[in-house]
Write a protein that binds this ligand. Structure first.
Ligand SMILES: NC(=O)c1ccc[n+]([C@@H]2O[C@H](COP(=O)([O-])OP(=O)(O)OC[C@H]3O[C@@H](n4cnc5c(N)ncnc54)[C@H](O)[C@@H]3O)[C@@H](O)[C@H]2O)c1
Ligand SMILES: [Zn+2]
Length: 1654
């Protein structure tokens, strides 16, 4: 075993190697003798390593102490605690200390900390204070701990106010770094540790950094099982050792963090502040990754760090998948979750605030490590930085402080400390950086001398041109020899190009001159295929993709003769790149003999390109109408062909000739002369190019200076123009081929600037501020990108314009820019963008077909403080920066968008141009509660499924239930094609039909994207595009519902059907092919099965309708079917059956009093199978759904959590949980112990359903006051909408501890189910409030030991005084025959409630009534005739319904907050609810009827009108014998359109679809004749038999009233509601108001009907 020893603080106490456990045991027994060794670890690591370690220690002990009775023989104890940051607390520390004390550990104890940084920090701190300090040994197991936290002796715990605030320096006796532990480390933790490795390399060790840059893919895959084993020479080990070396060196020189040691905090000053806000969702290393980039930006802004180094750092961090900005989606996601749980949002102020509790701050300045370049910091300690500067890097927006360039000079940083105050250099080991004084920073503003006139004069060179940089890189790489490229653009695009060229071994690159010069050593065209499995990743760099496609064809084929080894070079890009066209180039190259394949979509990246060595050359044709980059690509490589090449450009018109000329120009500079053919007669240039054979040569000087980007150059020049100062730009002049180089001469000069241009330099001097002339008309076609700059300058040009349309300045202020139509399709619609944003300054503009007019205004009239939206477009941001230098307070909203072409624009603006900028945090849009969903605004619901599966029928029901219109795809298709679908297929064939079908689908998704139910054709899934479109739709939050039916049923149905064209193949084959497609496209499944287990008997009438209503209401989010969150208690019943169907007939009895039903999926068993199959589970659910609409809790309980589902089948569990979501199940139980990826999958796709995150301790060892339960709470609260924690009670006192726990976490906003199992835990079940699991006496077994029924719990609550008995009454007369006592008493009894219901008969409100109302045990009252109005004066308040109806039928006592009157009496009227509910019971989807009719005009008629109004009736007809009474009602409901009828049977508008009679039955008749004159005659055309209406008769005797009889005979399609049903429904509503519990309807109804029929 080889062990590498590294010294720290003068001792060789760091041991690095593989499989060190034996070594550890021997070393400790030999050199740290003790009576007790205590190993402390976490529950992730214990199962992996504890047992073998203990065994090794036991053996080693035996070897050292062969005599078992030797008193010196030590003990070996182990203790395991929960993992994660939540354990690193004072409580966690106390728990370990209690363990040590219990085991009588003494001062000679040696504690071994086995684990990640959490264990190391916590256990280290325990050791530091236990018995005033005991020895500790660190055995880090995470990469982060190995390279960082275990080294240096810093220990700490967290406090609620911040991380690591309480701790000590406590040096371990040993640090054993055993890389073998890494094998089990999760990938995310590996990257997390690599962040610290990157940090250490960045501050101290450039070689290590280069290793990191080059090996990201190797390092990220080195732990996967398929990778070769790690060894000491592996890059990972090299990096671990160099990191440890560096940290050991630093710690040794500065053990107590006086100066130098502060350097390892690079990235941490800001990183820790971020971490404090997003813990535990984002890991430490991830936070410091963002911190490093931001702190590096701080260094760049201070002029300390160059853009090249910053770019390297950022790209290195990103290449490990680590976040680099605050807008990384991991951070945003974490913020969202934390805010949702009531936590703090991330803002610049909260971050600065968090930074201010940093231990290392120095007064007002915050300490930040400033990087000077990779491998070196500015000084040997952190530098004090002002808040203002930090704010600038943290802020997403910038404010430009208007002022004259060069007048702002930033305060300098404090002088650097370059030597440690009292360092003893002889003590050092490891590399020591040579700190030298940074060269005079190039950042100081350079006001060059005094120019002729005494205006300020700025000289600078702007970033290199992107187009030239990319060309120069390819040319230099293809050269033989070394070429120095100067002024190269440092951007992501060029970086991508360099990385790809390096991977092709085309060249090597090194930076010199602090990043000013790139040294390219070219291979002369000898390129090789990258190793198999690597793809060249080009991001969204279009130029690189186009150029490299040809470059890859000239890669040399390798020597292997093995044909199967035919290697190809593969190039790919990001999602956007994969859509950008490349076909014309590929076609041309294929014609020229290349072999290029499309790996994904035709015409786009990724490509696979065969290495040819050389192209054959000769004649080549290329369509150049789309992009000039295709032409340049071929030109650049053509010299390397076997024969001279002639390239002919075809296509309608050659685009961007300038860029082609640019390529030819550069090729000339590198020694290849391209000639362009001329027409022999006319002499005109032709689109034919001749390229000779040859090799590129490095220019004579050995270097090539890349011209500055001419578009970028326009901004500083425009600033000079607008501020009346002077600016000289090097590297851009009259010889430039870039169109935008003309901007100075052709735009600024005519506006009154003095422009001096040499071949390579441009100087602009502006006229005095405010004196710019309008440009008049200018064609900017050759310099389109500069038009935005022109607009900014034109905004203040007020003199000399083109006239007309001039707003104010009589035409002198008009600048008319033309020839820029293409700018509408750039990063954004730039013409629109300029018009919209200029308007914010008060500038008027007018759009032209190919440009715009800008009407300049005097500076003094411009609006200050405008906040400019930049559309993520760099040019918009920089153009408005120009205007901002003269208009005070202008804010540019997205500062980062400049990164594309001028990453340090804001720094340059301040440091070089001398214009101050300030960071601004924009107010976050005020979060209003999301508007409640309305049917019109939800994404349309798409139904798919086989023909014959009932799509149309289900669609109709769903549409009705959601009050949405239904669109039938087939009908729409026929309408569009103006012929029946069948004819279309017969005439044009299936292929054409599918084409037309997808076109229509895409169109409908746009035109009918919201507020529809759309039933799609069965074959829509046959086309891949349609499948993609559907999947995308579902992913974006829409519902795609697969209506599923048994195959046999579908076959049977289709065999008899003729309307649609036949398939031409067996139905079964079609079904089998499409089923997986339906499955993949749909995010929901609606089971429309005909034969259900349990038989048809279980399906009451209306069951399917009720299920459609529930399902679509829930999945659409319109009416999530959840337990009301305001219920004071809620219960769910656990169904513990292998097959639930036997329970279905008695489900209503079983669910008495519960709010939800739990399906214990783990207990379901088909005969003979081990696990329930998804098909079985679906059919069980479908069956259950036909008998109850209560929300379902879907639980797959694993064995270790007390269930029956195997622990080792998470994939199967995952399948079932996903299935549940697809089936529209309301609550999904997710165990916290499931794999995190699965948990994530469920929580992100749960839609309107809720997750119950559960943890069960069956051992009884997890206590409610320990860290484990707390850790489980945190874990569950992260995942779940509801937290479920189940412990086990050993004694009744465990229930009190549970209650204290619940009280402690109560502030957290998540509802919690907390219960102790076992009989001793029953009290916890009684006291639990949310979703208490209950059983029922009729169930075969209880789901858990100690489980009780609802009535058990209520009785127990009553006995312990938490549910006092109340008295309820009926007031009115006569009431002796009322069903109400039966109704309510039955309900109370069924639920185990101790209440009573009695009669208080009387025709008026008496003293007795008042006494009852005042008695403390009064629970509520029903009120009937004649007291419905008289009772009002004795009440305190009325509900809106009671007020509108003008009568009270229910009295509800409520708590009030006033001490004088603690109880208020509220009057309500539930009659209208009874009407609505009774109607919905027979017609679930009924909403907003067009017309409805009410018969009668008494009190009940008022309730009926109110009910119809609530239902959304558009029109109510009212008929009453006495017209005047009817009119009185219209006056009582002024907002309801009521039409009083004189006569029944003829309607002023549509016939009513709801008819409610409130007339006593014996006052109506369906016959005419003598003796019946006094009655209301119901004509036979009262009910329109052509519609499906609902008729309600409020009279409840006799059972069949004349109205109901009429309906039965003349309108059998109508649903009939007898009065007793309304009575039951309104009683239900009363019951619910009074008790807060759902009424056990079935039991109550049975009793009431018995009474009724008696
Ligand atoms: N003291 C210091 O100088 C210092 C420096 C940096 C960080 N820290 C602290 O370190 C902590 C972070 O350390 P961390 O990232 O190691 O976190 P950690 O200890 O929580 O470990 C990360 C996760 O990986 C698991 N794990 C560790 N090793 C494993 C292995 N070999 N196989 C499988 N799983 C394994 C752990 O159980 C845990 O779930 C933070 O609290 C931070 O403040 C301290
Ligand atoms: Zn750290």
């Amino acid at each position: 075993m080889s062990v590498r020893k590294i010294p720290i603080l003068g001792k060789e106490s760091i041991h690095v190697g593989f499989n060190l456990v034996q070594h550890i045991a021997d070393t400790l027994l030999d050199t740290l003798p003790s009576s007790t060794y205590v190993l402390i670890t976490d529950t992730n690591i214990a199962p992996l390593y504890l047992q073998p370690i203990a065994a090794t220690f036991a053996q080693a002990t035996d070897a050292h102490f062969p005599d078992k009775s030797d008193p010196a023989r030590p003990r070996f104890l182990t203790y395991t605690i929960p993992p994660g940051e939540t354990t690193k607390t004072r409580e966690g520390k106390a728990e370990i200390e209690d363990f040590l004390l219990r085991h009588r550990c003494t001062r000679d104890t040696v504690i071994i900390a086995l684990g990640g940084g959490v264990i190391g920090d916590l256990v280290g701190f325990v050791a530091a204070t236990f018995m005033r300090g005991v020895r500790v040994v660190q055995v880090p197991t995470s990469l982060l701990a190995m390279v960082d936290s275990a080294i240096g002796g810093k220990t700490a715990v967290d406090a609620p106010l911040g991380k690591n605030l309480i701790g000590a320096f406590w040096q371990p006796s040993y640090i054993f770094v055993d890389a073998a532990f890494l094998r089990t480390l999760p990938l995310r933790e590996l990257a997390n540790g690599l962040a610290e490795v990157i940090k250490t390399a960045a501050i101290w060790d450039e070689a290590a950094f280069a290793l990191l840059e080059a090996n990201s893919s190797t390092l990220l895959t080195c732990l996967s099982p398929s990778s070769p084993a790690l060894h000491l020479g592996h890059p990972l080990l090299t990096l671990i050792i160099s990191s440890i070396n560096t940290k050991a060196t630093i710690v040794s020189r500065d053990p107590r963090e006086a100066h130098l040691r502060g350097l390892v905090n690079f990235g941490h000053s800001i990183g820790h502040a971020i971490e404090a806000l997003v813990t535990p969702y984002v890991l430490h290393g991830e936070c410091i990754s963002v911190g490093m980039v931001l702190e590096a930006e701080l260094a760049r802004a201070a002029g300390v760090l160059g853009q090249v180094s910053l770019g390297r750092l950022r790209r290195c961090i990103e290449s490990y998948g680590l976040p680099s900005t605050l807008s990384d989606k991991r951070i945003l996601e974490a913020e969202k979750r934390i805010v949702a749980a009531g936590g703090q949002a991330i803002s610049v102020d909260t971050l600065l605030d968090r930074m201010s509790v940093d231990k290392k701050n120095a007064g007002k300045l915050k300490r930040v490590v400033l990087l000077e370049r990779i491998g070196k910091t500015r000084e040997l300690r952190a530098t004090g930085v002002a808040d203002e500067d930090i704010r600038k890097v943290l802020c997403p927006a910038m404010r430009v402080v208007a002022g004259t360039p060069s007048t702002y000079v930033k305060p300098p940083l404090p002088p650097p400390m370059l030597e440690l105050p009292d360092a003893d250099p002889t003590q050092l080991s490891g590399p020591v950086p040579n700190a030298h004084i940074p060269q005079a920073s190039s950042a100081t503003p350079v006001p060059i001398g005094k120019p002729a006139t005494d205006v300020p004069h700025i000289t600078l060179s702007t970033p290199g041109s992107k187009s030239l940089s990319n060309r120069a890189l390819v040319l230099a790489a293809l050269c033989k020899g070394t070429c120095r490229l100067k002024n190269l653009l440092h951007s992501d695009d060029t970086q991508v190009m360099m990385a790809a060229l390096e991977q092709l071994k085309a060249a090597t690159f090194t930076w010199t001159d602090n990043g000013e010069t790139l040294v390219v050593t070219g291979s002369g065209g000898a390129l090789s295929v990258p190793p198999p499995g690597t793809q060249l990743y080009l991001g969204n760099a279009g130029t690189a993709a186009r150029f490299l496609t040809t470059v890859c064809t000239i890669v040399s084929p390798s020597n292997t003769t093995d044909a199967s080894q035919a290697q190809m070079t593969e190039i790919t890009g990001n999602a956007r790149m994969k859509q950008r066209p490349i076909a014309p180039l590929v076609t041309a190259l294929r014609d020229a003999g290349a072999t290029i394949g499309y790996l994904e979509s035709e015409g786009c990246l990724p490509l696979s390109i065969k290495p040819l060595g050389r192209l054959p050359g000769g004649t080549l044709m290329l369509d150049a109408s789309l992009s000039s980059q295709y032409v340049s690509s071929i030109l650049l490589c053509a010299p390397y062909a076997a024969e001279p090449t002639t390239l002919t450009l075809t296509g309608p018109a050659v685009i961007s000739q300038l860029y082609i000329d640019m390529t030819i120009e550069l090729m000339r500079a590198f020694g290849i002369e391209v000639t362009r053919e001329r027409d022999a007669v006319s002499g005109d240039l032709l689109n034919v190019y001749h390229i000779p054979k040859g090799t590129y040569r490095v220019p004579e000087s050995g270097e090539f200076v890349i011209e500055s980007d001419a578009s970028s150059a326009t901004y500083p020049l425009a600033i000079a123009a607008i501020t009346g100062t002077r600016c000289t730009l090097a590297n851009i002049g009259s010889s430039s081929l870039q169109g935008d180089a003309r901007f100075a001469k052709e735009v600024l000069e005519p506006m009154g600037c003095e422009v001096v241009q040499t071949e390579t330099e441009t100087t602009v001097t502006g006229p005095p501020k405010g004196k710019l002339r309008a440009r008049g008309e200018v064609d900017m076609e050759p310099m389109t990108d500069a038009f935005l700059t022109a607009c900014a300058v034109a905004a203040v040009a007020t003199d000399g314009g083109v006239g007309e349309g001039a707003e104010s300045g009589e035409g002198k202020n008009v600048t008319r820019i033309r020839g820029i139509a293409n700018q509408r399709v750039k990063e954004c619609n730039r013409i629109q963008a300029m018009m919209d944003q200029l308007a914010k300054f008060g500038i008027s503009t007018r759009e032209l077909p190919d440009g715009l007019e800008v009407y300049g205004r005097p500076l003094s009239q411009l609006t200050r403080g405008a906040s400019i939206h930049c559309y993520d477009d760099h040019r918009v941001a920089m153009a408005f920066s120009v205007l901002a230098t003269v208009v005070d307070g202008t804010i540019l909203e997205e500062k980062r968008c400049v990164e594309k072409t001028w990453p340090n624009w804001w720094d340059d603006l301040e440091n070089r141009l001398g214009v101050k900028v300030e960071g601004v945090e924009l107010p976050k849009p005020v979060k209003t509660n999301p508007a409640p969903k309305t049917p019109e605004t939800i994404p349309s619901i798409l139904l798919i499924g086989m023909r014959g599966s009932g799509k149309t029928y289900i669609g109709e029901l769903a549409a009705r239930a959601l009050s949405l219109p239904l669109l039938d795809f087939d009908v729409e298709f026929s309408r569009e094609c103006k012929q029946p679908l069948r004819d279309f297929v017969l005439k044009q064939g299936w292929a054409e039909f599918r084409k037309a079908e997808i076109a229509l689908l895409l169109k409908l998704m746009k035109t009918h994207g919201r507020g529809w139910v759309v039933s799609l054709g069965g074959g829509i899934v046959e086309t891949p595009e349609a499948r993609e479109a559907l999947k995308k739709y579902a992913k974006a939050g829409g519902c795609v519902v697969w209506v599923q039916r048994e195959s046999e049923e579908i076959e049977r149905y289709l065999e008899s059907e003729t309307e649609r064209p036949a398939y031409g193949e067996p139905v079964r084959a079609v079904l089998e092919r499409r089923t997986p497609w339906f499955e993949e496209c749909a995010n929901y499944i609606f089971g429309n099965h005909t034969a259900l287990p349990g038989g048809a008997s279980a399906m009451g009438s209306g069951a399917l309708e009720a299920e459609v209503t529930r399902f679509f209401g829930h999945v659409s989010g319109l009416r999530p079917n959840l337990v009301p969150s305001n219920a004071n208690r809620s219960y769910f019943l656990s169904l513990t059956y292998p097959d639930v169907t036997p329970a279905l007939p008695k489900i209503s009895e079983l669910t008495t009093g519960v709010d939800a039903v739990e399906l214990r999926v783990d207990l379901l068993r088909e005969s003979g199978s081990q696990l329930p199959s998804p098909t079985y589970v679906s059919s069980q659910l479908f069956a259950l759904r036909r008998v109850t609409t209560l929300p379902i809790v879907f639980t797959v309980r694993t064995v270790s959590q007390g269930g029956a589902f195997p622990d080792d089948a998470p994939a199967e569990a995952g399948k079932l949980l996903n299935l549940a979501l697809r089936l529209g199940v309301e609550y999904i139980d997710v165990e916290t112990t499931l794999p995190p990826s699965l948990v994530q999958e469920i929580t992100t796709s749960k839609g309107p359903s809720l997750v119950i995150a559960s943890f069960h301790d069956w051992t009884g060892s997890v206590t409610w006051d320990g860290v484990t339960m707390k850790a489980q709470y945190e874990a569950a609260a992260q995942i779940g909408d509801v937290v479920k924690l189940i412990g086990r009670a050993n004694s009744v006192s465990d229930n009190f501890k549970l209650q204290e726990f619940v009280a402690r976490v109560a502030e957290a906003s998540k509802p919690i189910i907390a219960i102790n199992m076992g009989t001793a835990g029953q009290l916890s079940r009684v006291l639990n409030k949310t979703l208490t699991p209950v059983t029922h006496p009729l169930l075969p077994t209880a789901a858990a030991p100690g489980q009780m029924s609802v009535s058990d719990i209520h009785r127990a609550l009553h006995l312990i005084g938490l549910l006092p008995a109340r008295r309820f009454f009926l007031f009115g007369s006569p009431i002796s025959r009322s069903p109400s006592p039966t109704l309510h008493s039955t309900g109370f009894a069924a639920l185990g409630l101790p209440h009573t219901y009695g009669l208080l008969e009387g025709e008026s409100i008496t003293d007795e009534t008042r006494a009852v109302l005042a008695s403390p045990d009064f629970g509520g009252a029903s009120v009937t005739i004649p007291l419905k109005l008289d009772v009002i004066p004795v009440l305190d308040c009325l509900t809106a319904a009671a007020t509108a109806i003008g009568a009270v039928n229910t009295i509800i006592p409520c708590q009030s907050s006033s001490p004088e009157k603690p109880r208020l009496l509220l009057g309500d009227n539930t009659d209208y609810i009874g009407i609505i509910n009774a109607i919905h019971a027979v017609s679930p989807g009924l909403r907003a009827p067009d017309s409805a009719l009410v018969l009668g005009a008494g009190g009940t008629a008022r309730a009926a009108v109110y009910a119809l109004h609530t239902l959304g009736a558009k029109r109510v007809y009212l008929y009453n014998r006495t017209h005047a009474k009817a009119t009185a009602i219209t006056e009582a409901f002024p907002s309801v359109p009521i039409l009083v009828l004189d006569k029944l049977g003829s309607w002023p508008a549509s016939a009513p679809s709801v008819v409610i009679s409130t007339v006593p039955a014996d006052a109506t008749t369906i016959k005419t004749g003598p003796g019946l004159e006094g009655k209301v005659y119901l004509p036979s055309n009262l009910l329109d038999s052509s519609i499906k209406g609902v008729v309600v008769d409020m009279a409840y005797k006799p059972a069949e009233t004349p109205l109901l009889a009429l309906a039965k005979h003349v309108a059998p399609t109508w649903a009939r509601v007898p009065g007793v049903e309304v009575l039951l429904e309104q009683g239900d509503a009363q019951f619910e108001h009074w008790t807060g519990r759902r009424c056990p309807r079935e039991i109550v109804r049975e009793k009431v009907l018995q009474w009724y029929n008696a």
